[in-house]
Design a protein around this ligand. Structure first.
Ligand SMILES: Nc1ncnc2c1ncn2[C@@H]1O[C@H](COP(=O)(O)OP(=O)(O)OP(=O)(O)O)[C@@H](O)[C@H]1O
Length: 246
């Protein structure tokens, strides 16, 4: 469903993603890697918010960077930082905004916004100012805004960051029950144990791609190796990742 072909992307002449090719049809896909390895950049590309310098990203055959109208109803991205997403003064307006452009009906959009608020036990938030909420609460508003629109692909960048334990558990169960395809970035590997596929990015390149058992095991081993040693070029050479051909 998601076809990423030979993608290169640089910022200020620094390579961020190099020759990334992936065909993703699995329902639950985890994206892992160290800080700065290019995970968010790749997710933004799948959402069509960033065009690659070279190569293409298509969902169901649609080039998501070129056909924005089609992309908006197909794919939803929940940003790592809610302040990059929230634009409206109240929670209800924020959630209803995307729904209104999707449905073309304000009253129906407001009804659906309140439906999702109720599903998350947050009906009392509807009239609250978005600026009055904590960072974790604003994150939940972003999640509800995207989930309410039911895109066929949902992209989540660190969705559990900043959420308290009950909200995090509720979100986990909510995501498990969704029929949509999910691509999720997280540093909390426990959330990925039941996933269908894990993609590991390292320094903008594909390091490993496979089942959680294979990839998470290799990743943890590599991270321990990096954490316990000084990362000289020699230790990098000896590390697992060089054996993986990354
Ligand atoms: N606007 C920007 N200008 C310049 N460099 C940027 C910009 N945005 C990201 N980068 C760089 O691109 C690289 C990849 O960033 P990206 O956010 O994709 O990594 P990430 O794997 O999601 O990291 P994290 O786990 O810390 O969220 C980083 O080295 C970062 O410094």
């Amino acid at each position: 469903m998601i076809a990423i072909h030979s993608v290169d992307f640089s910022l200020q002449e620094r390579p961020i993603l190099s020759n990334v090719t992936l065909e993703i049809s699995e329902k639950r896909v985890g994206l892992i890697g160290c800080n700065g390895s290019g995970k968010t950049s790749l997710l933004r590309m799948i959402a069509g918010l960033q065009e690659p310098d070279k190569g293409s990203v298509k969902i169901k055959g649609v080039d998501v960077a070129k056909d924005r109208q089609q992309a908006i109803s197909t794919v939803g991205l929940i940003f790592q930082n809610p302040d990059h997403q929230i634009i409206f003064p109240t929670v209800e307006e924020e959630i209803a905004f995307g729904l209104e452009s999707q449905l073309g009906d304000k009253a129906e959009a407001i009804r659906k916004a309140n439906e999702i608020l109720e599903a998350f036990g947050r009906s009392h938030w509807a009239a609250l100012g978005t600026h009055m909420l904590s960072q974790g609460q604003r994150h939940l508003v972003c999640l509800m805004s995207v989930l309410a629109m039911k895109p066929s692909v949902i992209l989540l960048d660190e969705p559990y960051a900043g959420l308290d334990w009950p909200t995090s558990s509720a979100l986990y169960q909510w995501l498990e029950g969704l029929d949509q395809q999910i691509v999720l970035i997280t540093h909390d590997l426990e959330h990925l144990r039941n996933f269908d596929r894990i993609i590991w990015l390292d320094d903008g390149k594909l390091a490993m791609d496979g089942t959680p058992e294979t990839v998470l095991t290799a990743y943890v081993k590599e991270m321990k190796l990096r954490g316990y040693s000084d990362l000289t070029p020699e230790t990098m050479q000896r590390s697992e990742i060089s054996k993986l051909g990354a």
